[in-house]
Each structure stands twice: as structure tokens, then as C-alpha cells.
Design a binder for this molecule. Structure first.
Ligand code: CO
Length: 210
């Protein structure tokens, strides 16, 4: 119970600090959120979206799951994407992976993890697409970290494959999709890919009646 008490006490101290600095802080935020960014990140406790980007409550709409995946049957992700793109009108969608990701390490390995296997299978598909490059990397840590990068790029493409994104591009020339990776050992974010239109997609994925 004492761990929880710490969180609740921290919360009161934080709220008091905010009101002291800006008496309207909560009443203003309570009325409206207008974030410019949707963040799709890993659930890993060390990759806290607001903390590592120095952003405040109200600035980033956040979705997190194991290994920052964009899975087309994931109703949760699709609902977040639809809301962020079509109602909040975000300008940027960021998929952020991180080196040393436990989900990617597990996908690269061969341990049966029960129901989690089915989630990690999406990362195994990324490995299969890039098998030649990945098999050539003999150092395990380097191979996993390259798979982290390739997985981020693939999830950005998965966003581009959705009718939600393709329609927003056609109607409003937004959002820009970004693939980033975070270094647990440096605290630094790095940009890997940026996608602004459907030209990166194989034609088989494009819709013509948006
Ligand atoms: Co992770």
C-alpha cells in the first residue's frame, strides 16, 4: 500500500505546484485538448512519451502496446488512430520504438510465450521480410536493434496502408508519419523515416475511392 500512497501523494504535490505556477492550468486543460501529435509507442515503462519529449499534458495523444505495433485487426489502435486523425486533426503521427525492446527480443527468439506469441508474430513477419540483412548480422544485440529499426519502419507503412491515413492525405495533406527510435542507454530519440504520401506503398495497398 505504501507504494500507492507515494503515487497519490506525488499527485497532490504535482497538482498544487501546477496551480501555484498557473492558477488556470487545470480549468483550461479540462475544457479542451488539442494535441498536434499522436504517439504510438512501446508499453515499456522506460519510454514515457511525455517525459522523453519534454511535452506537457494536452500536447500528445498516446497509444502504447508491446513493441509499438500497428496491427490492422487491433480495434483499440484503429479507434485511437481514427479519433486522433479525424477528430483531433493531429499533424503528426509518431511510431516510436526503442533499442533493447523486450518484445522484439522475444520475437527474435524461439520461446513459447503462450498468447503473446500471436502478437509477436507480427514482428516475426518483419524478420522474414528482411531475413537476408538480419541473418548477416552475427552479433545478437546488433541484430535485435536492427530489427527494432526495421519494425518501426514497417509499422509506419502499416499506418500508411489504412484508409484512415490515405483519406486524410487525400483530403487534408496530413498527417506526416514519423518512425523514431529511442536509446535506453543515451536517452536520445532518432528519426528513421518520414512518410508524407502513399507513394511509398506498393500499389496493392492503395484505395482509389476515398
Ligand atoms: Co519495448
Amino acid at each position: 500500500m505504501s507504494e500507492l500512497k507515494r503515487l497519490l501523494e506525488n499527485n497532490r504535490a504535482w497538482a498544487a505546484e501546477r496551480v501555484k505556477a498557473d492558477p488556470q492550468y487545470f480549468s483550461r486543460l479540462a475544457k479542451l485538448q488539442a494535441p498536434e501529435f499522436l504517439w504510438i509507442g512501446c508499453s515499456d515503462s522506460r519510454v514515457a512519451a511525455n517525459v522523453i519529449t519534454g511535452t506537457e499534458p494536452g500536447e500528445v495523444f498516446v497509444h502504447r502496446n508491446i513493441a509499438n505495433m500497428v496491427v490492422h485487426t487491433d480495434l483499440n489502435l484503429l479507434s485511437v488512430l481514427e479519433f486522433a486523425v479525424n477528430y483531433l486533426k493531429v499533424k503528426h503521427v509518431i511510431v516510436c520504438g526503442h533499442y533493447g525492446c523486450g518484445g522484439v527480443i522475444a520475437a527474435e527468439g524461439h520461446t513459447n510465450l503462450g498468447i503473446i506469441n500471436n502478437w509477436l508474430r507480427n514482428i516475426e513477419d518483419v524478420y522474414r521480410i528482411h531475413r537476408e540483412e538480419l541473418d548477416a548480422i552475427k552479433d545478437h544485440e546488433k541484430r535485435v536493434n536492427r530489427l527494432v529499426e526495421l519494425n518501426v519502419a514497417e509499422q509506419v507503412l502499416n499506418l500508411a496502408k489504412t484508409s484512415i491515413i490515405q483519406k486524410a492525405w487525400k483530403d487534408e495533406q496530413r498527417p506526416v508519419l514519423h518512425g523514431w527510435v529511442y536509446g535506453l542507454e543515451t536517452g536520445h530519440l532518432k528519426s528513421l523515416v518520414e512518410v508524407k504520401d502513399a507513394s511509398v506503398l506498393d500499389p496493392v495497398y492503395r484505395y482509389d475511392n476515398l
